[in-house]
Write a new protein. Sequence first.
Length: 401
Amino acid sequence: MFKHNRFKLNFISDIPDGVEVTAYKCGDFIDLCKGPHIPHTGLIKALEMHTVAGVEASVEKRKLLLQRVYGMSTASRNEMTQWKRSRSEAQKRDHRLIGRSQQLYMTHLDSPGSVFLLPHGMRIINSLRDLLQHHYRSFGYQEVVTPLIFSRKLWETSGHWEHYADNMFTVGHHGGHLHHAGGQEYGLKPMNCPAHCLIYQQQQRSYRELPLRLAEFSPLHRNEISGALSGLTRVRQFHQDDAHIFCTREQLRNEIKSCLQFVEKIYKAFGFDYELQLSTRPTDYMGDLELWEEAEHHLETCLQESGSNWSINPGDGAFYGPKIDVVVTDAMNRHHQTATIQLDFQLPCRFKLTYRGSDDNLHTPVMIHRAILGSFERILGILTEHYAGKWPFWLSPRQVV
């Protein structure tokens, strides 16, 4: 069906075995798509083509620059008028424009996907960090700093090399030779979880030490394709309010509830409404199915007991565990996924983490991955557009002066 379309064939080759591949037909047009499609184009009453942008595609191990055309269709002319009005307001609130005019940040072609935070932007970031650190004390977190680069061996232990390597920056071969010390491959960390496992692992732990809550603000790196980069909201280097909680199975529900309480305290300060989503096991999951089902059950129970609105987002969990995602609604009624609470039974097993229980036997702890704001760069972009650059006094008193 798609034998003459190398782009479609390349996309199909990346779909894991056993995953359903769907195509949709409209008239003579057949498209490879998850769908759904409308039954016929007669349902479209208004159409607007509005943007052209470059996008990078990898085909047959070659990177090609393509042009992507963006458009909008609606079922009535009135809906199109409303959409244009909303789009015009969104353009006025664009964090890239406000960021430039208020000198919050800059970017440079010599470091694509990385953000230069300028003094005015850094003051806002510091206010956000101060807010978190104030609550860290009451919620029992301890801050750490870990290295930015680790050997391939560590990433193989954690499962990132198998499940996440395409999203990592690696230090590898140069001119056919490994050009770094020891002749090993290294990777810049996209996440802090393996490093925090090493901290846990460096001494024998007792049940009396748990829960152990480790927080970190160190920069992370993820190899986003160039066509996906956008201002502050999609970058390659970012700083995340990352934390990992090591606890017993008996403690995990209280810890998850505590994380949800933390989320509520922070987002009330911004005036955000938010919903919770339970993201379940993806197709490329790692580990034992029974542990996944137990983890999903724990998260579902916590959500039911929270009294908050929540829904299921099937198949969107991390490769190592299911998660609760926080989706905020901004002043433009747009939705952004920010905070996340992930329950992980896999990494403690892979790193052979243990604690000595009250029965004097060794047990495996449970690990909770948690970020309240997500990345500081992304939340700065979201808040810039939410407030239209008119900052609350506690975040940026400069405007009053």
